[in-house]
Design a protein around this ligand. Structure first.
Ligand SMILES: O=C(O)c1cc(=O)[nH]c(=O)n1[C@@H]1O[C@H](COP(=O)(O)O)[C@@H](O)[C@H]1O
Length: 230
């Protein structure tokens, strides 16, 4: 069976746990995501170990955001790991995103628009009053213009981002919660089925899978629900 378009967020500070989760979920999902918690502790070793455990297609979520020269060198430092996706913050601007894209031609530089944890109050506090939509749309257009080949936004903005950037750009949505699952620190959320129906290409799902007593079963259930809905 074709694996579901899900990237499981391996958010743990323990490499053995990340390897175990990967073995459990890999038969059911297309991608695994290594983020800051794991990468900052173990570096490239974790990428090797996760791949050995079956997590061949890698989403490296380092959310880079710095001056263009520094981001370019940081991207170059991990380019040989050939992640399918590598994140930068879209708010780093055009020159920074261009530098990232030039440094890793084989990887889809993935621009994070507005974090899915941010609600209207958080946005107002940093000077982005109103719903997230406008900022997400603006940052999405800027990032694609600068060479980003994938975007991260919440499931609630997928349709408007697709209308803005068209086909050919991968739209990736965290903030995914199966019905009845705790929201945790996520604010702009939707169910897996509705994120996919809205046009997402890849759903990032962490705790609803990894917190389960059987992450393999949890991933298989969400994958089956997506197949049934599609
Ligand atoms: O870039 C990301 O992956 C990301 C962007 C964003 O806006 N929101 C967001 O939650 N993420 C990541 O997606 C994952 C979501 O995990 P859960 O909330 O446990 O499903 C975490 O690893 C976050 O770092």
């Amino acid at each position: 069976m074709k694996p579901a378009p899900i990237a499981v967020a391996l958010d743990t500070d323990d490499i053995a746990t990340a390897v175990r989760w990967t073995g459990q979920v890999a038969p059911h999902v297309s991608t695994v995501k290594v983020g800051l918690e794991l990468y900052l502790r173990y570096g490239r070793e974790v990428v090797t170990r996760v791949r050995e455990a079956g997590g061949e297609r890698l989403f490296l979520d380092l959310k880079l955001h710095d001056i263009p020269a520094t981001v370019e060198k940081a991207v170059r430092a991990v380019a040989d790991l050939t992640p399918a996706y590598l994140t930068v913050h879209a708010s780093g601007g055009t020159t920074m995103i261009k530098a990232a894209a030039a440094a890793a031609p084989e990887t889809k530089i993935t621009a994070v628009t507005v974090l899915t944890s941010m609600g209207e109050g958080d946005l107002a506090e940093i000077g982005l009053a109103g719903p997230a939509d406008d900022a997400v749309r603006r940052l999405a257009a800027l990032a694609v213009g600068a060479g980003a080949r994938a975007l991260v936004c919440s499931p609630r903005e997928v349709a408007l981002v697709r209308a803005e950037v068209g086909a050919g750009i991968d739209l990736i949505t965290p903030g995914v919660r199966p019905a009845g699952s705790a929201a945790d620190d996520q604010t702009r959320i939707a169910t897996p089925e509705s994120a996919l129906a809205a046009g997402a290409d890849l759903l990032v799902i962490g705790r609803p899978i990894t917190r389960d007593s059987d992450p393999g079963r949890a991933a298989a259930e969400i994958a089956a629900a997506l197949r049934a809905a599609g």
